[in-house]
Design a protein around this ligand. Structure first.
Ligand SMILES: [Zn+2]
Length: 471
């Protein structure tokens, strides 16, 4: 498309200099080079068991160096304890050194994938019927490839941003308890990655069953995952002579109380923006109830209407639910011990200890004890929504997907965003890509991504990054 514009440009300028030529759109340029880079990244196995993020990072660094990044503008990092879990940080300096600019964050590790379970080789990049197939084509190598390719293109264009652009490719997102590059950077090298905000996975758009766009997501907050242990113990005895005090009944009483406990409704910048926009989309009684909640989160009537939806219920509060139970040791014995795992999704800004205290109060008098299980989650500050960033996402989205609303949200899932937000860099999930209702089978078999959406993502981030950094 830009070639046609370029051909007409001189003629237009000669004949009618008063008319400005339409802006040249380079956002989709270089597609074959992008595809090759994306393929190389997907075909580099980065699963924790047998793969290497370090190798993938080296391969991406080679593209950046070939484009002209040198010295401290492209760094590979790893720690001796986890030599295969390395990553990279690259930087395109801004002309204004006081500006921190934007951080592009993507994880390059993938969930395990076994050849025998998949229809196709999970580490072979395949394009078929409008989809890319392969482990990581969606989560999260599409964004990792889009960002790396973007850094390469901006350098090749000779782009001189006013605000700097930083890329971080990290490992360890998909496996808990291993070296996590985002966490490590946030703790040890914030200076390498510091930015006004970070763009991360999460917050993609949704397509319906027919492939129609429903809304573009903008993830502005994440709840915190934390497991708690409920425990009841009893001396036990022979089951032929039961006594009223019983470890299982104590636990039952505690869990029934938990089932009736509701944490108070809360709002933050992300959910205020979400319910504000959703109220307009839904209208009617539901829309009115959302507006009432925005005015007073403790409005009980409004709460009952909105919280009837399980997703909205969870967006409004901390939730805790029993997920695993273990108890007793023989069919003919009174239980000496019952353990229950209680999984909580804590509202950002609420301390883990205060949730433990609340749970302890809920079960008070049952004899059940409540403890925080390891790993203890990192505390996440209440996220601030930068209106400039939301306005920019609105603008780019309206340009590319007119009529599709952008919905800010708080997810109940977890990404590396918690570490970067925790390091003081607000992190938003902005994908610029839409996914099918099956979410592209991420983490599952035959992971896939729509070719058209990956191309949209490339254009989206090109526009977003230039939009933020050019002035
Ligand atoms: Zn991911």
């Amino acid at each position: 498309m830009h070639h046609r514009t370029a051909l007409f440009l001189p003629a237009l300028l000669c004949l009618a200099p008063a008319f400005a030529a339409p802006p040249v759109d380079h956002s989709g340029d270089g597609e074959p080079a992008f595809r090759a880079l994306y393929k190389e990244l997907v075909e580099t196995n980065t699963s924790h068991s047998v793969g290497s993020c370090t190798l993938a990072a080296e391969r991406m660094a080679a593209h950046l160096r070939a484009a002209g990044y040198a010295g401290e503008d492209v760094r590979l990092f790893s720690v001796p304890e986890a030599p295969k879990d390395g990553g990279l940080v690259a930087r395109l300096a801004g002309t204004d050194p006081k500006e921190k600019g934007i951080l592009l964050l993507a994880h390059i590790d993938v969930v395990e994938a076994h050849r025998e379970d998949w229809t196709r080789d999970p580490f072979q990049f395949i394009e078929e019927d409008g989809y890319y197939y392969g482990r990581g084509v969606s989560d999260d190598k599409a964004m990792a490839a889009i960002f790396t390719d973007l850094m390469v293109r901006l350098k090749q264009e000779g782009y001189k941003p006013r605000r700097r652009i930083t890329l971080a490719l990290t490992c360890g997102e998909e496996t808990s308890g291993v070296f996590n590059g985002a966490d490590w950077l946030g703790r040890n090298h914030k200076d390498w990655i510091d930015a006004d905000f970070a763009v991360n996975e999460g917050g993609g758009g949704d397509l319906d069953e027919q492939g129609q766009r429903i809304n573009m997501g903008f993830e502005a907050a994440e709840k915190v995952y934390q497991d708690f242990q409920f425990e009841s113990t009893n001396p036990g005895g022979h089951s032929s002579q039961p006594v009223p005090k019983n470890a299982m009944y104590d636990m039952s009483e505690a869990l029934l109380r938990l089932s009736k406990h509701e944490f108070p409704a809360m709002l933050n910048d992300a959910t205020r923006a979400y319910f504000g926009r959703m109220a307009d989309i839904k209208g009617g009684e539901t829309g009115a109830a959302m507006r009432a909640l925005l005015a007073n989160p403790q409005d009980e009537k409004a709460n009952a209407i909105v919280s009837a939806d399980k997703q909205w219920h969870s967006m409004l509060r901390t939730t805790c639910v029993a997920t695993m139970i273990n108890g007793g040791h023989a069919p003919n014995a009174l239980a000496q011990r019952v353990d229950t795992n209680v999984n909580c999704r804590i509202y950002p800004g609420v301390p883990v200890d205060s949730v433990r205290d609340t749970l302890a109060k809920v079960v008070e008098g049952t004899g059940v004890t409540v403890t925080i299980k390891e790993p203890r989650s990192t505390a996440v500050p209440t996220p601030k929504m930068d209106p400039r960033v939301l306005a920019l996402v609105d603008k780019v989205s309206a340009e590319m997907f007119p009529g599709t609303p952008v919905l800010p949200m708080m997810t109940t899932g977890a990404t590396d965003g918690i570490y970067i937000t925790g390091a003081g860099i607000p992190t938003y999930g902005i994908e610029g890509m839409f996914s099918d209702p099956d979410l592209g089978h991420i983490h599952g078999l035959n992971e896939r991504a729509r070719v058209s959406e990956v191309q949209n993502g490339r254009r989206f981030h090109y526009k977003l990054v230039k939009g933020y950094t050019s002035n």
